[in-house]
Design a protein around this ligand. Structure first.
Ligand SMILES: Nc1ncnc2c1ncn2[C@@H]1O[C@H](COP(=O)(O)OP(=O)(O)OP(=O)(O)O)[C@@H](O)[C@H]1O
Ligand SMILES: [Mg+2]
Length: 219
């Protein structure tokens, strides 16, 4: 099994959206659990809304709510191929965060491309990710869908600091913004032109990560 924690101390960076959509894509070919370790319980709320959807649009992965660091250390005993962990967006819960990161095989760090977002991202990387020596990738989220330049500049700026960044990035679309309320994920979005683009973005990020993980297969 592989435990993937989605981390960034900056609030609103796109952690929960990334967890839900990577889990949805991964669940098309493997057994997936999402652990909601954020006291805000956004994943739990999202999954509750999904229960109202028709059968074929139901989430294809399991969801567990767990904020106790002790219980989180037992994640690895569960029978799943991949566990995605959604984490809180602040440093108040640094003990929880450290407990999660110490159980994880890989860290995904979503961030917006703006300078004010990149500072806390780099801080999170130095405080939470680097000390554990874990493999990780930054994923740029909420990129301007009409001009990718800011996202490309942010990728370049991070790479210049020696930080690893996914080539694929996620653009800002209404479909993502509405999704928590309807309980939808990219695999259940309606088939409009923009929501298909929104779906493609997370599929591209997922494929990039899956091929990376395939090179370091876990038992
Ligand atoms: N690609 C996107 N396009 C449009 N809206 C997005 C996108 N990604 C996230 N959002 C919206 O931005 C807001 C923050 O996203 P999200 O909740 O995923 O971030 P978070 O890092 O989990 O936040 P928190 O730190 O509060 O847990 C939400 O309203 C979400 O719907
Ligand atoms: Mg969240």
């Amino acid at each position: 099994m592989r435990v993937v924690a989605v981390v960034n101390q900056k609030g609103g960076a796109g952690k929960t959206t990334t967890v839900m959509n990577l889990a949805a894509v991964a669940a098309q070919s493997s057994k997936v659990l999402v652990v909601d370790a954020d006291p805000q319980a956004s994943v739990t709320m999202w999954a509750t809304n999904a229960e109202e959807l028709p059968e074929k649009e139901q989430l294809q992965f399991d969801v567990a709510t767990e904020t106790d660091p002790e219980a989180l250390t037992q994640m690895r005993d569960l029978d799943y191929d991949t566990v995605f962990v959604d984490t809180p967006g602040n440093l108040e819960n640094i003990q929880v965060l450290k407990a999660i990161v110490s159980q994880s095989d890989f860290i995904v760090m979503p961030t917006e491309a703006t300078p004010l977002a990149l500072l806390p991202l780099v801080y999170t990387f130095e405080k939470i990710v680097q000390p554990f020596g874990l493999d990780y990738r930054v994923v740029i989220t909420k990129a301007d869908s009409r001009s990718p330049q800011d996202a490309l500049d942010a990728q370049e700026m991070l790479r210049e600091q020696g930080i690893l960044v996914c080539n694929s990035f996620v653009r800002a679309y209404k479909a993502h913004e509405r999704a928590p309320m309807y309980g939808t994920v990219v695999t259940s979005y309606e088939k409009t032109r923009n929501s298909e683009k929104a779906t493609m973005d997370y599929k591209d990020v997922a494929l990039e990560l899956f091929s990376l993980w395939a090179q370091t297969r876990k038992g």
